[in-house]
Ligand binder design. Structure first.
Ligand code: ASP
Length: 329
């Protein structure tokens, strides 16, 4: 199959950034461009045995300081499907364990001349800082409780595919809003694209002055879900908590776990989403999570690869082009 093509000149005009550090700073037309490009990669990815050559001769390094299944694997797959060399650095076996700082590690990797670094780190802002020090493009694979831009983009593509639009939809994000970078990136993207965003959480899991993010705030799940089109469930991010934020997991499920009874107040065709990893029986009822008529969780993972391909393509357009002989095997 012919690759769904866009010229580098078009890509650099339509997406004007060298790095992808967050949704903040993106314009609606840039988000739409990424979603459109990703849409064509979804179709491409369903063809068996296709490997494109757009990133042939390019090197993508995954540098994950926090655990990941979906994001790291899908960047690896995205890079490989576009023809790049992909290297995963394992923090466990690296000099970080010998006390090397994040910046020294970044400078070391930069000296090996990668084209793109995908970085996940537990500190908010760490990825942006690193991007100032290196000469390649940097993609934020999640920084602390701050941003996870590719998650918000893949969520947006899933919504657009299922509902045909984003503008005007009512999206309710439920759970640990305080510690969630997924919530922050999604709130920004959904506001940029004209959706109406609600958040639902116990007061202990809401950041101070959360309404300033452009959301309606609810502590009662049924009120927050009433009539909504999309329900996004979030995991309790216990790795970022010090102390106890909920009385018990069973009480949390009783008040804030999504089950069929609570979902019944949402729009009859409301879509259930979750960025994963799920804690079944804590924030979501296991039977509902597996209901393919209501849940888009598997589709989120599928389109995640396509979104990452679109992001790599867009950033590549800003890198110096490589001489043809350099790209030969
Ligand atoms: N996978 C998402 C993240 O890295 C959500 C989560 O971990 O709960 O933020």
């Amino acid at each position: 199959m012919t690759p769904p093509s866009t010229s580098p000149a078009t890509a650099s005009e339509r997406f004007r950034h060298r790095h992808l550090l967050g949704i903040e700073g993106l314009k609606a037309d840039e988000i739409t461009y990424l979603l459109d490009r990703a849409e064509s990669y979804v179709a491409q990815n369903r063809q068996a045995g296709t490997r494109l050559s757009l990133l042939r001769g390019r090197t993508l390094m995954n540098l994950f300081f926090e655990s990941s299944t979906r994001t790291r694997m899908s960047f690896e797959l995205a890079g490989k499907r576009l023809g790049a060399d992909v290297i995963n650095m394992s923090v466990e076996g690296s000099s970080i364990k010998k006390g090397e700082t994040l910046m020294d590690t970044a400078m070391t990797l930069n000296a090996m001349r990668p084209d793109v670094l995908v970085v996940r780190h537990s500190d908010s802002g760490a990825v942006a800082l690193l991007a100032q020090k290196v000469s390649c493009s940097v993609i934020n694979g999640g920084d602390g409780a701050h941003e996870h831009p590719t998650q918000a983009l893949l969520d947006a593509l899933t919504i657009r595919r299922r509902k045909g639009r984003i503008e005007g939809l009512v999206v309710t994000i439920c759970g640990d809003i305080s510690h969630s970078r997924v919530a922050r990136s999604n709130i920004q993207l959904l506001n940029i694209m004209g959706a109406q965003v609600r958040v639902v959480a116990p007061p202990t899991l809401l950041p101070p002055m959360v309404e300033r993010l452009g959301v309606e705030v609810y502590n009662d799940m049924r009120r927050g879900l009433a009539g909504c089109d999309i329900v996004m469930m979030l995991r309790l991010q216990s790795e970022r908590m010090n102390g106890s934020y909920v009385p018990s997991l069973s009480e949390y499920f009783h008040f804030y776990g999504l089950d069929r009874a609570k979902l019944a107040v949402a729009s009859p065709d409301a879509l259930v989403m979750h960025p994963g990893p799920m804690n079944r029986g804590v924030e979501i009822d296991t039977d509902l999570a597996d209901d393919i008529d209501r849940s888009a969780i598997a589709e989120q993972v599928e389109v995640g690869v396509a979104i990452r391909m679109a992001c790599l393509e867009a950033l590549m357009a800003h890198l110096p082009s490589i001489a043809p002989q350099e790209s030969r095997p």
